[in-house]
Every structure is written in C-alpha cells, then in structure tokens.
Design a protein. Sequence first.
Length: 263
Amino acid sequence: MEVAKNTIQNMDEAVVLSEIACNAGAIILQNGAEIYRVEDTVERIIKSKKNVIDVDVYSTSNVIIVSFSYNGEIHTNVRRVKSRRNNLYYIDKVNTFSREFVKGNMSFEEALLELEKIKNDPGQPLPFQIFGSALSSGAFLLLLGGSYQDMVISFCVGLMSYAISHIFEKRNVGFFVINFIAGLLVSFLTILISRFVPGVEVNKVVVASMMAFLPGIMVTNSMRDLMSGDVTSGITGATTAFLISSALAVGVAIPITLSTYLM
C-alpha cells in the first residue's frame, strides 16, 4: 500500500500526475503567488512519486511548463494562465492540498476532485470583500492624520469604488481600464462629497480610498522574483505594477484637474 502511494504505475498515471501538478500551479499563479512558490509547489507534487526522475519546472507570470521522465519516456505539460489577481485564500488552500498530497494522504482521483473544488470555490463573499476594502480605506485615512469625518467619507468612497470596479472586472475588462475607472471614481466621488460637506481634506481622502487598488503585493512579488533570478517574471510584474499605478494616477488626475479649472 505504501508503494502505491509513493509511486506511479503506468503512463496514464503519469499524465494524471502532471495534470494535478499543473492545475495546482495554475490556481496559485492566477491568484498572485510568487514564481518561486509556483515552481516549488509543482515540483514537490511531481517529486512525491519516487519513480519519477529528471523533473524540470519553468514558470513565468502567465505560463507553466512541466517536464519529467517516467519509465524511460519524457512527459511534458504546458498550462496557460490568462488573467491574474491577488487572493491569498486560494494560495492557502492549494498549499494545504499540496502538503496532504505529498504526504500520500490523497489518491489521484481525490486530488483532482479537491483541486476542482478549490477552483470552483467562490472564496470570501463579495460583500465581505467590499467591506474589507472600505475598512482599509477608512483605517489608512487615520494613519494619514485625517479626521473622523474624513474617515467615514473615505470608507464610503472606498466601498462604492470597489463595488463598481468589481462589476467591470466580472465583465473581463482589461486591468488598465479597471484601474483607470477606479481612480476616476475615487477622485470624482471625493470631490463631489467635498462640495456638500465642509472641511473635507480631499488629498487625504483620495490617497486613503485608493489603498485597495494599489499594486503593493505585485511590486513585492516582482522584486522577490528579480532577486531570486526570475528576471522575466520580475520585469513583467514590475511593468504591470507601473501600468496599474499610471492608470490610477490618470484616473484620479482628470476630475481634480477639471474641478480646478472649471469650478
């Protein structure tokens, strides 16, 4: 029984093993995992079967390539990831899965079902995500030295901006457009509220309300990839972070500029 857990018996199982590894890697890559984590997870899953040799895993920000040898035959699999986001919920789920699989606590069939379950998991409820985004906006406003009135305004602006941007995200609008719209909403809503509520510090509210959209994790991961030698993924991540920041900046600047010159 122990041998069956730690080895594969035929080429069909080799194909299933590569599918399990690539599925796990694709889920965490899609949800913002670092490249080294993706490669390490895929490699550990494949190497958990003792009669598999010459394991090579290569990943960039949108593709995973896996190659290994079993019974004198080379098996290769490629997985394309078309969109990325930041969601540690799924990364934690796959990390837990990979540990259990490597320990031999899952059959191939159970592993495929578990990964399908993780993939189809809706994650945290949308209202919870929107509330968390709004809460981070309000909390950061206090760190900037704003008043409690501005904290409430920042909470509301962050809530509305995230909710509306999520609608565009579900419609598969490009990330540049989504972040441009987010910046536009944050700036417009803040200026609009300031016209009716006296004493609003527009600059602080705008900065705080953008917290949920800033690519902080992406910048951190790209620097981590560059320092670990994954130059392609590091440069790609840094460039994407720059484009997101640019989209937010342009979106924020338009209402502020118009309000300055027209009002």
